[in-house]
Design a protein around this ligand. Structure first.
Ligand code: SF4
Ligand code: SF4
Length: 190
């Protein structure tokens, strides 16, 4: 068989990348080859309900077939909600969630990530939250919450420490978000 029908259409298997499996194993998906494609993880996955082409079971299938370009050309891997249901139900302890994270690492290495993800990374560096609603302070106060959550937003020293850690990661080497050492108290204003 030289072609296979997957969610995104017919893909020529001769174009598969045999090195993808080892790359995923190296990046955190060590149990990849234990998958028996039983689909229990798919039955528990919100990505399926939302209609994404590549959810946990299909991501694993595509990796096993070496379909690097098909996975990188599709935004599905970024839709994982990190709910970990798939890990709980898998009878083979494959940890499909970690395999999706490993595939994201492959994508980041190749700069194949959506703009929204870059915004999330920038927000993580600037505030300590991948998603943070700046300007929500007065709304929080109306419902009896402190204007700043008890996190890096209200603790500039902790944010500085977090930023120092992030600057030591591979993310800094990629250079996809600015990582200056400016006065973080300014970035924490709500
Ligand atoms: S990852 Fe686990 S639950 Fe999902 S298809 Fe493979 S063996 Fe089944
Ligand atoms: S962790 Fe991701 S892949 Fe696993 S069930 Fe949740 S959304 Fe689906």
């Amino acid at each position: 068989m030289s072609n296979v029908q997957v969610a995104t259409g017919v893909i020529n298997l001769s174009e598969g990348d045999p090195g993808l499996v080892d790359e995923i194993k190296e990046l955190g998906g060590e149990e990849l080859l234990e998958c028996i494609q039983c689909a229990k993880c798919a039955a528990a996955c919100p990505m399926v309900l939302a209609g994404f082409s590549f959810f946990n079971k299909r991501v694993i299938q595509a990796i096993l077939l070496g379909l690097r370009d098909a996975l990188l050309d599709d935004s599905s891997i970024w839709a994982c909600q990190s709910c970990n249901r798939c890990t709980e139900v898998c009878p083979r302890e494959v940890n499909p969630f970690e395999i999706i994270q490993a595939m994201r690492r492959v994508a980041i290495r190749e700069f194949a990530l959506p703009t929204l993800s870059i915004e999330g990374l920038k927000s993580l560096y600037d505030t300590g939250h991948a998603v943070y609603l700046a300007g929500a302070g007065s709304t929080r106060a109306k419902v009896g919450l402190p204007e700043k959550p008890y996190s890096t937003v209200a603790n500039p020293k902790a944010l500085k420490e977090l930023q120092a850690v992030i600057r030591q990661t591979a993310l800094a080497d990629l250079g996809i978000i600015p990582m200056d050492e400016s006065d973080v108290t300014e970035t924490c204003e709500v």
